[in-house]
Each structure stands twice: as structure tokens, then as C-alpha cells.
Design a protein around this ligand. Structure first.
Ligand SMILES: Nc1ncnc2c1ncn2[C@@H]1O[C@H](COP(=O)(O)OP(=O)(O)O)[C@@H](O)[C@H]1O
Ligand SMILES: [Mg+2]
Length: 235
């Protein structure tokens, strides 16, 4: 498999403060990877940087084409979908209209993408007219993922999909993300504080600490890594 997303010596800055230090990673097409790290490690900054939302040095490329210098709508149009950490849904708009917000770069695909979203999240189809402020956290996470899918992404970035959700809902989300990859070959990058969840979903993990990658490897190998076990499996 060829490298699909390649990040090469990426640093990101908030003013003069450096939030990411020389991050390099690569993701193959159809892979699911997880960026695992504690609060403040730089997970959101990394995904924001891929979307062109931060000040960076270094390179980010998708299928060999650099995303540096592109605007966020151009990055979305080139095939990157983003479900950000706090969802950023419009609370007084319906599920349907929130989904449509994600479709602005892919108007000609609305019918097809809506069918995919309704297939993956039957609950959203039942509640298409519900305003999102009346929904549960799990349902809002589904709307957020659905909205990202309305942009026809080949690469989907999901920031902390399980934050604040009950274990049963986390599992549902994991099943849907796996189906998305298996049925549509969507490449998926998630971030997680929950290493257990990350390992149930991702084939490969990168551990981020204070803006640097500290450990990387296959989930099946890292399951028994004492360094990771101690730091991220809660004691
Ligand atoms: N808008 C911002 N302005 C200044 N510093 C920020 C901003 N966003 C994040 N940071 C800092 O960057 C670092 C990484 O934050 P973040 O990417 O949000 O971590 P995580 O998502 O892993 O919790 C933290 O030190 C945080 O305080
Ligand atoms: Mg974050």
C-alpha cells in the first residue's frame, strides 16, 4: 500500500509557543490509526494543522500533494473530512440541516452521501428533524461524524470520538468507523485519551506527549508494552 497521508517534521505554533515538535508520521490508504495522548498533548493541534487551521513548519501531504498553503475549504475539497472535538454543531438547527453544512464542497454528492450516513447511523434517519441541542452526546457525535462524511472524505479525522460517552455508545462508534473503512476504504485518523478504545479500533498507534511522538507501533504489539501500559491504562 502506498503512503496516503504523510506528515514530515511538522511543528505548530500558537504565537511564539510551539505546540508540536517535529512530528513525522505516515498513514496508508484504508488504515485506521490512533493518536493517543493526555490532555494538552497536542492531539487537536495536530488535526487542526492537517486542516490548515494553525501556523506550521514542515510538510503535510495527501497522495504526494502538499496541503501546505491551501485553505481549509480546499483541504476539505481534496478529500479530508474533520469531526472536531466539541462537535461545533448548530444547536437550533435540525439534524438534517447540520448534515447539509458539511456538504458545501460536495453538492453533487449529497444524495449518495446522505444514503451512506443514514445507512451507518439509522438513528439519525429517524430523527432527521430533531434540533441537535435536544440530542444526547452520542447522537451529537453521530451528527458530527455524519456531517464530516457529507464532504465525501477519503481521509476522515476524528478528534476524541468517545469523550464523555458511555462505553456502549463508544462501542457503537467503533463499529461504525470500522464499517466505514471496510465498506468504503476510508482512511481514518482518530485521537484518544482512552488507549483501550484506541486499541480496539486502530491498527497502529502513535503516542503523543508534550507535542512530540514518544512511541509508535502496531496495536497488537503495544498492548503488552510496559511503558504504554503504565502511562495510559489508568491505575
Ligand atoms: N488556541 C490556542 N492558543 C494557545 N495555545 C493553545 C491553543 N490551543 C491549544 N493550545 C496549547 O497547545 C497545547 C496542545 O493543546 P491541544 O492540541 O488542545 O491538546 P489536546 O487536544 O491533546 O488536549 C497545549 O499546551 C495547549 O494549551
Ligand atoms: Mg483536544
Amino acid at each position: 500500500m502506498m503512503t496516503f497521508l504523510k506528515i514530515d517534521r511538522l511543528s505548530a505554533f500558537y504565537g511564539k509557543a510551539r505546540a508540536l515538535h517535529d512530528i513525522s508520521l505516515s498513514v496508508k490508504q484504508g488504515e485506521i490509526i490512533a493518536i493517543v495522548g493526555a490532555n494538552g498533548a497536542g492531539k487537536s493541534t495536530l488535526l487542526d494543522s492537517i486542516m490548515g487551521l494553525t501556523k506550521t513548519e514542515g510538510d503535510i501531504s495527501l497522495e504526494g500533494k502538499s496541503l501546505i498553503g491551501k485553505t481549509t475549504p480546499e483541504i476539505v475539497q481534496s478529500g479530508v473530512g474533520y469531526a472536531p472535538e466539541r462537535f461545533n454543531l448548530f444547536p437550533y438547527m435540525s439534524v438534517y440541516n447540520n448534515l447539509m453544512v458539511g456538504a458545501f464542497t460536495a453538492r453533487e454528492d449529497i444524495k449518495r452521501n446522505l444514503a451512506i450516513v443514514e445507512k451507518l447511523f439509522p438513528r439519525l434517519k429517524e430523527r432527521t428533524n430533531q434540533e441537535t441541542h435536544t440530542q444526547s452526546g452520542g447522537e451529537r457525535q453521530m451528527v458530527s461524524l455524519g456531517r464530516a462524511l457529507m464532504s465525501s472524505p477519503r481521509l476522515l479525522l476524528v478528534d476524541e470520538p468517545t469523550i464523555g460517552l458511555a462505553p456502549k455508545i463508544c462501542l457503537e462508534i467503533a463499529v461504525v468507523l470500522k464499517r466505514l473503512r471496510d465498506e468504503f476504504n476510508t482512511t481514518i485518523v482518530i485521537t484518544e485519551q482512552n488507549a483501550n478504545f484506541a486499541m480496539t479500533l486502530a491498527e497502529r498507534l502513535y503516542v503523543l506527549e508534550s507535542g512530540s511522538i514518544k512511541i509508535e507501533g502496531l496495536a497488537k504489539d503495544l498492548k503488552n508494552d510496559p511503558q504504554l501500559t503504565e502511562a495510559y491504562f489508568g491505575h
